[in-house]
Ligand binder design. Structure first.
Ligand SMILES: *[C@@H]1O[C@H](CO)[C@@H](O)[C@H](O)[C@H]1NC(C)=O
Ligand SMILES: *[C@@H]1O[C@H](CO)[C@@H](O)[C@H](O)[C@H]1NC(C)=O
Ligand SMILES: *[C@@H]1O[C@H](CO)[C@@H](O)[C@H](O)[C@H]1NC(C)=O
Ligand SMILES: *[C@@H]1O[C@H](CO)[C@@H](O)[C@H](O)[C@H]1NC(C)=O
Ligand SMILES: *[C@@H]1O[C@H](CO)[C@@H](O)[C@H](O)[C@H]1NC(C)=O
Ligand SMILES: *[C@@H]1O[C@H](CO)[C@@H](O)[C@H](O)[C@H]1NC(C)=O
Length: 488
């Protein structure tokens, strides 16, 4: 939520004072809905060099077994689950001049000590979409601007009909009581977005291949696609390694392949502490070096879907040209402290440079834009939760704070990549899920990614998306774009 936006890097940093714990009891969830809006803690100076546990971002590890084997798998290895990152949304106050929240609830929660009135809210258009890079013909509908409208028919699969739902996103299994969040579809302003047609998708993808590159949200997206296709066919697991992070599936009847490559930072990454199994110690990011785990593997793919986001909130050391140039949330006082925007921009630039430098790659590259998280009432490890049960309307929320910054960085880097790629005939496309997902605070697992009594964690997941759920719309977008491409 906008409540936790990161300030502009140039602005002063603040964080909230320690917030009271919200008991992680399911029965309280409904109650929280009414408590949270009234709750607004005091503020404290944020010192990036003082990493007390309160200000130090960390992330959530959930070690649950997952049911991740297709019915006819030829891979008999037990899947190994990796950590589930949650952004260390170090809570910051919105820079006053940039506050553009317009929701009624949010207005009532605005800090009492704000003396400068924020500027009037923007018109109910989507300002961030001014950065839309792909020049459009005036008669062309922007499928990424719109509203969620009721769809009583949804969902189109369940946790029984689809094997690919990872435990953490199997919200119905873990007792999520409300079902209304399933019953929406995305309605672009000025046109219709057809619902996903699995037969049409598979016909279009006959003899083709799609690679997902990114983190666990990319996997969430891929699993949504597998579930949507499961009405027609289940794929065979043809992964060459047992590693859960590098999966390859084949749809035999269509000679269609999908694969996922784990690369949460998109660039070469090492651990500062090789023995750190919790993945809570800082990572070294080599911001100008390719992550060969995916860059050496994608040349034969027809489509590559690149995404990254939530891991960049974590403690990281920044290397350029093999030299340490800065860090985020690192304990060293003799290293320049830089914002995540520094690493985010360079990571995308390097990832796109890798794609543009692949001699045999002839595919189309999609940038799947940042999908905002929705912690309210605190940060992820301080009682923050996402308990809403309905989408926002577009006039109730607007992109701002760090969500906007990350989005703009993605737009700019894609524009650069597109210019370079054009010279050698490589195509880049914008798969812009940001606005649609900004409006879905109700789509996250919250506590329903595991049994309430499970001792795995008391944290709420407001980063990933329930399956079925609003993330299924990403494949509506994808199919629409593939269809358009095929008709050109
Ligand atoms: C760091 O923060 C903690 C808690 O906010 C405070 O008690 C401590 O004095 C701070 N240390 C420094 C070196 O500023
Ligand atoms: C599927 O969800 C239902 C609730 O809708 C739950 O009772 C059941 O255990 C779940 N099954 C699986 C296999 O996840
Ligand atoms: C499957 O598709 C690939 C291209 O992705 C092609 O090279 C291969 O010949 C196809 N196989 C069959 C059996 O059609
Ligand atoms: C590549 O994948 C392996 C196996 O998961 C991992 O150990 C390694 O850190 C990855 N490399 C990079 C650059 O992330
Ligand atoms: C920072 O200081 C430590 C020792 O205090 C030293 O080992 C390290 O090289 C220094 N780093 C930089 C970037 O100057
Ligand atoms: C948003 O628009 C709807 C109608 O389109 C209206 O009913 C509602 O009051 C508006 N909400 C806000 C916060 O402006």
């Amino acid at each position: 939520m906008k409540l936790h936006a990161i300030e502009h890097p140039a602005a002063k940093h603040h964080t909230r004072r320690k917030t009271p714990k919200i008991a992680p009891i399911i029965a309280l969830a409904a109650l929280l809905l009414t408590i949270i809006p009234a709750y607004y803690p005091l503020l404290k100076k944020y010192d990036p060099k003082n990493l007390s546990s309160e200000s130090s971002p960390s992330y959530l590890i959930i070690q649950n077994p997952i049911r991740q084997t297709p019915p006819h798998s030829i891979d008999h290895h037990l899947p190994r689950e990796n950590g589930l990152p949650v952004p260390a949304d170090v809570e910051r106050v919105l820079p006053r001049a940039r506050s553009r929240n317009v929701g009624r609830k949010r207005r009532s929660r605005r800090r009492k000590d704000v003396k400068i009135r924020p500027p009037p809210p923007p018109p109910p258009s989507h300002r961030h979409r001014d950065f839309m890079m792909v020049p459009k013909m005036s008669n062309e509908c922007d499928i990424f601007s719109g509203e969620w409208v009721p769809n009583p028919e949804a969902p189109y699969y369940t946790n029984l009909s689809c094997w690919a739902i990872q435990e953490h996103q199997n919200c119905m299994k873990f007792g999520r009581p409300d079902k209304e969040f399933l019953k929406w579809r995305w309605k672009p302003n000025g046109c219709e977005l057809p619902l996903f047609d699995p037969l049409q998708f598979l016909e279009l993808m006959r003899g083709k291949s799609i690679a997902f590159v990114g983190d666990s949200v990319a996997r969430n997206h891929m699993q949504s696609l597998i579930c949507l296709l499961s009405r027609v066919e289940d794929p065979i697991d043809v992964s060459s390694v047992p590693d859960q992070q590098f999966k390859r599936y084949e749809y035999r009847n269509y000679n269609f392949t999908i694969a996922i490559f784990w690369s949460p930072y998109l660039v070469r990454t090492t651990k500062t502490d090789p023995d750190d199994t919790t993945q809570t110690r800082p990572f070294n990011l080599f911001l100008d070096e390719f992550d060969e785990n995916w860059t050496t593997q994608i040349e034969d793919f027809d489509y590559v879907i690149i995404s990254a986001g939530h891991w960049f909130f974590r403690p990281t050391m920044f290397y350029v040209d093999r030299h340490l140039v800065g860090c985020q949330y690192c304990p060293q006082s003799n290293v320049t402290h830089l914002p995540m925007y520094f690493s985010y921009r360079r990571a995308f630039r390097t990832a796109f440079r890798a794609i543009n430098s692949l001699k045999n790659y002839k595919g189309m590259t999609f940038l799947r834009t940042f999908a905002p998280s929705h912690f309210e009432g605190g940060v992820w490890n301080k009682g923050g939760d996402c308990v809403r049960t309905r989408p926002f309307m577009s006039n109730e929320s607007s992109l701002d704070g760090y969500n906007l910054e990350l989005y703009i960085i993605q737009m700019k880097e894609l524009r650069i990549a597109e210019r370079v790629g054009r010279k050698r005939g490589l195509k880049f496309r914008l798969l812009d899920v940001t606005q649609a997902m900004l409006l879905r605070p109700d789509g996250h697992p919250s506590t329903y990614g595991h049994w309430p009594q499970a001792k795995v964690s008391l944290y709420k997941d407001c980063v990933h998306w329930c399956l079925p759920g609003p993330i299924d719309t990403w494949n509506d977008f994808l199919l629409q774009m593939l269809k358009k491409q095929a008709s050109l």
